[in-house]
Design a protein around this ligand. Structure first.
Ligand code: HEC
Ligand code: HEC
Ligand code: HEC
Ligand code: HEC
Ligand code: HEC
Ligand code: HEC
Ligand code: HEC
Length: 278
């Protein structure tokens, strides 16, 4: 009997550190102190905490994505994340993305291309139907336009520039600007993750696929509707018709303004002469 009691006593004494640990863990859990391992916020105040804590990922610990952060301070600088960090939970999007022009370029380390965080941000990710989201209908042109307006980037990759401004000048852009959110935005025509060059036969904007792409919203689209250009740049080499109209308009306004100035000047001179004569 006595030896059994002694074993029991020793057992409880040996378990003390574990029990202490369990109580500490309970306190940490209750106070929320254990939510992010080795509180990342202590040093990373550069990240917008309010945005992260109201984002779709608010319940994830930092190290689910930043899985290489093992020690504090970081012995090795943590790596930049790739699509691999998202594949566990968003495999469909990652698979499509990896086949796209953006995904292929990113995988080759071309940092000017769009990686997940370039379109979604790293920590301020909201549902696509939330007006705060970078991919919300009205915000998407700005998100894509950050790169596709830019003449330098377009020259380097041999792709058309001014996609942002030409979009807002189009009927779809104007329509969205005035509150009709069902008109087409960049991703309605180009897709979001599987974006391909227009010359690729699998691209949604390849001429063969336009009846289907535009047909989502224009079920009885005529050949004429499909022929119209979406991004109309008023340049001789791109859209001679629009260019001619614009040149005529500018010339007409110029001549009109010159005649007006001439008329007023002559009037003033005549008035001055008359005063002088009196
Ligand atoms: C004691 C302060 C401290 C804590 C705590 C800390 N970090 Fe850091 N972290 C740093 C510093 C300093 C750098 C910059 C290192 C560098 O540039 O080489 C850094 C860099 C990083 C980077 C790379 C930043 C970049 O510019 O690419 C990531 C990602 C990161 N930390 C994640 C975390 C995560 C996740 C946690 C919590 C598990 C955490 N850190 C906790 C100090 C800290
Ligand atoms: C859903 C995945 C995800 C979660 C969760 C996440 N991050 Fe990030 N984080 C990213 C991505 C993507 C980037 C941008 C690519 C890169 O720089 O690695 C990034 C970048 C960073 C950077 C580099 C500086 C910057 O702002 O670009 C730091 C530091 C960082 N994260 C810290 C944290 C901390 C701290 C937490 C937890 C509060 C956290 N991250 C949670 C995905 C995540
Ligand atoms: C070129 C910009 C772009 C890149 C890069 C991008 N996305 Fe998206 N993503 C979008 C757009 C646009 C939408 C919204 C589509 C819509 O409104 O239907 C979206 C929507 C989503 C959604 C919501 C579900 C859905 O498919 O509509 C998830 C999840 C997502 N993206 C994850 C990712 C991940 C993970 C990556 C990186 C592998 C990534 N995205 C890269 C533009 C992008
Ligand atoms: C551990 C799982 C997990 C990881 C890893 C993860 N996410 Fe998410 N993500 C979620 C959950 C859960 C939601 C919210 C529910 C939903 O809409 O699927 C979400 C939602 C999103 C949405 C909004 C979807 C919408 O409805 O518009 C985007 C965009 C997104 N995640 C992008 C990313 C990106 C980019 C990465 C990698 C840097 C990533 N996620 C990594 C779990 C994860
Ligand atoms: C961070 C910059 C960036 C963002 C954001 C971005 N792109 Fe791109 N995009 C590029 C670069 C760089 C290329 C060229 C890649 C290559 O050719 O290797 C490209 C290529 C393309 C192409 C193919 C052009 C061609 O002829 O090869 C299309 C179409 C495209 N992007 C549409 C979009 C749309 C739509 C969005 C928004 C949903 C978007 N991009 C967001 C940088 C970006
Ligand atoms: C109504 C459909 C539609 C919308 C909306 C749209 N595009 Fe386009 N886009 C096209 C078509 C069709 C082409 C190819 C012919 C042309 O240039 O008009 C194209 C061409 C492009 C190209 C050059 C691709 C190549 O392979 O040459 C880029 C880059 C691009 N668009 C980006 C964007 C961006 C960014 C937005 C949003 C700001 C956008 N597009 C909105 C239909 C659309
Ligand atoms: C997401 C749906 C959607 C897609 C995809 C779409 N459109 Fe539209 N489009 C609209 C809506 C909605 C309007 C009416 C806008 C208004 O009048 O306010 C419109 C208007 C137009 C107009 C103005 C004349 C008319 O018939 O109302 C033309 C031309 C047009 N679209 C061409 C195209 C072409 C070409 C494509 C494919 C490259 C395309 N659209 C793809 C939704 C779409």
């Amino acid at each position: 009997m006595a030896s059994a009691a002694l074993i029991g006593y020793n057992y409880i004494r040996d378990m003390r550190p574990i029990a202490f640990g369990l109580v500490l863990l309970l306190i940490c859990t209750l106070t929320g102190g254990g939510q992010q391992p080795a509180n990342c916020w202590d040093c990373h105040s550069d990240i917008d905490r309010a945005a992260f804590e109201s984002s779709v990922h608010k319940d994830l610990t930092c190290t689910i994505c930043h899985s290489d952060v093992q020690s504090i301070p970081h012995e090795q600088p943590p790596a930049r994340l790739t699509a691999q960090a998202c594949v566990g939970c968003h495999s469909d999007q990652v698979q499509q993305y990896q086949q796209s022009v953006h995904g292929q370029a990113c995988a080759q380390g071309i940092s000017e291309s769009a990686c997940c965080a370039d379109c979604h941000s790293a920590h301020a990710i909201f549902s696509k139907t939330d007006p705060r989201s970078s991919v919300f209908v009205r915000n998407l042109p700005q998100t894509c336009g950050r790169c596709h307006e830019n003449a330098g980037l377009s020259e380097r990759f041999g792709i058309a520039a001014r996609r942002y401004s030409t979009y807002w000048e189009s009927y779809h852009g104007l329509s969205i600007k005035y509150g009709n959110l069902i008109a087409a935005n960049c991703s309605s025509c180009h897709g979001s993750h599987l974006i391909l060059a227009g010359s690729d036969p699998n691209s949604s904007i390849h001429p063969n696929n336009l009846p289907q792409t535009c047909g989502h919203c224009h079920p009885s689209a005529s050949a004429n509707l499909l022929k119209g250009k979406v991004h109309v740049e008023a340049k001789l080499s791109v859209s001679p018709g629009v260019y001619a109209v614009r040149v005529f308009y500018i010339a007409f306004l110029g001549v009109f303004a010159a005649l007006f100035v001439l008329h007023v000047s002559l009037d003033i001179i005549r008035w001055l002469r008359r005063r002088h004569a009196q």
